[in-house]
Design a binder for this molecule. Structure first.
Ligand SMILES: Nc1ncnc2c1ncn2[C@@H]1O[C@H](COP(=O)(O)OP(=O)(O)OP(=O)(O)O)[C@@H](O)[C@H]1O
Length: 475
């Protein structure tokens, strides 16, 4: 493709420019002020069915027909955007712009924005669907943590962070496994933040905390009037909210078996149908899952679908447990300074014996437990005195009732006290207890199954039944 006389660059620059113009996906032609073609790229030649030499030097109207206005644009009649043309049976949507040097028009460039109407229709429909699928509230669904929030040092943590970076590059499902409190949620946020989808939403669902009868509506959404209590206008599910971004399914091991089949179907078909709906909606969310359960064993025991397991376990990430990490001292220092910043308190120095305690402890609650221990240290100024009591275990007083009942009663009392202190906020209560939210939900569920104590309130429950739950804010 020859470049016009306008071009004043070196021959390397000319080659490079030629290459670019031939590789732009659509047709491009340039004329001088007389309307003579001075440049034409390969895609346009292909569309016209000839070689560049056949078109260069000819008037634009001879080559593409009388309806073009490019020669007029080159004489200064202004710019045309979205100008429709039919060239040799092909319908084009073009943009025709004058080329100016030092304020003087020296020619014009015609660029086909679309030379394929079917592609245009498809693109338009994708754009409008994407707009519908990302409601404004999606601004709320964003990843809150990045790789920089993952504290740790040494080879092990470098390798771990490297693994997060490499899985982030792909559009494939990620399965994050690790003990409670080890940082799985943090990893999921960081993967999304590192990915090409980072500007899209990051929507999370805790599969353990949604009542099983609501999981389907929560994930797939529902149409108005789909069931008693459903909103009139229906509601998009988390898959729809996560369009163009990532859906984080936390505690996937706790997803009821019945729902695992529906999830598998969605992942296979890449589309969902809202509860009570009939129209499929295409799914464009990347799925990131996390679990602290031994999923492979659950598959063997028939408690987790094998086909779903393989669908999800494409890019596995194992989060190291704190007791397996060799940087506990470093992590403690870093967390301590974060905590003191947050609380506006001076940082207490870690005595040698405190460090020994930190290294000896087995950390069943992992980094969350360490954070809690350090928070108490900042507040009370003592680590060694209170530390041996961790992890938070009830002290079993009295010997009359059987031990099992005493443990239940004691756990119940601890949970009630924490909920009271947290004014019913379960996330804060879980933090106070040094356990994960999911663990708290499981305890609440177990206690509600045992009788007098009711735990989780279903949002669909009539308000009259929501009162007098023993774990309510009032205790
Ligand atoms: N490497 C880390 N650096 C800094 N903070 C961390 C790290 N790992 C975990 N945390 C902190 O520990 C707490 C628990 O982390 P997170 O919620 O990600 O754990 P989890 O494995 O998802 O827990 P669960 O299974 O109980 O839901 C959070 O406050 C998190 O910020």
């Amino acid at each position: 493709m020859a470049l016009p006389d306008w071009f004043v660059g070196s021959s390397e620059e000319a080659d490079f420019l030629r290459l670019i113009l031939d590789h732009v996906s659509d047709c491009l032609v340039a004329v001088d002020t007389s309307g003579t073609i001075v440049l034409i790229n390969e895609p346009y030649c292909r569309l016209l069915g000839g070689e560049a030499e056949e078109f260069l030097g000819r008037h634009i109207t001879d080559v593409v027909g009388q309806q073009t206005r490019l020669h007029l644009v080159a004489r200064g009649i202004g710019t045309h955007v979205g100008y429709p043309l039919e060239v040799r049976g092909h319908k084009l949507v073009t943009k025709q712009v004058p080329v100016q040097r030092d304020g003087i028009t020296i020619g014009a460039v015609g660029l086909a924005l679309f030379s394929d109407f079917d592609a245009l229709k498809k693109t338009y429909s994708r754009i409008s669907k994407a707009e519908l699928a990302i409601p404004q509230s999606n601004k709320l669904w964003q990843s809150k943590f990045s790789l920089d929030d993952i504290l740790g040092q040494g080879e092990q943590m470098d390798a771990y962070r490297g693994a997060l970076q490499s899985v982030a590059e792909y559009e494939l499902p990620v399965l994050i496994c690790g003990e409670t409190g080890s940082g799985k949620e943090l990893a999921a946020h960081a993967i999304h933040a590192l990915s090409d989808r980072s500007r899209g939403p990051f929507v999370w669902v805790n599969c353990a905390s949604i009542p099983s009868e609501l999981v389907e509506a929560e994930l797939f959404g529902y149409e108005g009037g789909a069931f008693t209590g459903a909103r009139n206008r229906g509601k998009p599910g988390k898959f729809e909210l996560a369009a163009g971004g990532a859906l984080f399914l936390d505690e996937i091991g706790d997803m009821p078996l019945s729902l695992q089949g529906s999830l598998l179907r969605v992942l296979q078909a890449n589309e969902i149908v809202r509860v009570g709906g009939t129209t499929p909606v295409s799914v464009s969310a990347r799925v990131i899952c996390a679990t602290n359960r031994p999923l492979a064993n659950m598959v063997k025991a028939g408690r987790f679908r094998e086909d779903l397991y393989h669908r999800l376990n494409v890019l596995p990430i194992i989060v190291p447990a704190l007791r397996e990490r060799d940087d506990v001292g470093f992590l403690a220092e870093q967390l301590l300074s974060r905590i003191t910043d947050r609380l506006g308190k001076p940082a207490p120095a870690l005595a040698a014996k405190d460090r020994q305690l930190l290294l000896r402890h087995s950390w069943p609650g992992n980094v969350r437990e360490l954070e809690n221990v350090l928070t108490r240290l900042v507040i009370t100024g003592k680590l060694s005195a209170s530390f041996p009591e961790f992890p938070l275990e009830p002290t079993y007083a009295g010997s009359n009732p059987p031990l099992k009942h005493r443990i239940q009663a004691q756990t119940g009392a601890e949970i009630r006290a924490a909920l009271k202190q947290a004014q019913g906020n379960k996330r804060r209560a879980a933090d106070l207890l040094g356990i994960s939210r999911a663990h708290l939900y499981r305890l609440l569920k177990a206690h509600s199954a045992q009788g007098p104590v009711k735990g989780e309130m279903s949002p669909m429950q009539p308000s009259s039944q929501r009162k007098n739950t023993s774990f309510g804010a009032g205790g």
